[in-house]
Design a binder for this molecule. Structure first.
Ligand SMILES: [Zn+2]
Length: 100
């Protein structure tokens, strides 16, 4: 039997009586062309520019800064906690905010 460990609390997830949740996070650089005067350029030109920019970044060996994907397995508890606060901001704030 395959064993999963919760990436939130490090507890083994017992699939016989609980659900496992998968969180996939994609982080990628947003090339929206706003730094230049993109307002009246056509989309093909924009795509060209993006590809060029990606090429340059790849040459510089910084793929990870352009696109990164991570995956977590979570138990039900940690899923709730994650959804309430996906960016982990609670840690600087204390626990007391209302749950709507
Ligand atoms: Zn957990």
């Amino acid at each position: 039997m395959i064993h999963f460990t919760c990436d939130g609390c490090q507890r083994p997830i017992n699939l016989e009586d609980e659900l496992r949740y998968v969180v996939r996070v994609e982080v990628y650089a947003a090339f929206d062309g706003e730094e230049s005067d993109a307002a009246d350029r056509d989309h093909l030109q924009e795509i060209d520019d993006i590809l060029e920019a990606l090429d340059e970044l790849e040459d510089a060996g910084s793929d990870e800064e352009v696109f990164q994907q991570v995956r977590y397995d979570l138990c039900a508890e940690c899923r709730k906690r994650f959804l309430r606060n996906p960016l982990g901001r609670m840690s600087n704030r204390g626990v007391g905010f209302s749950n709507n």
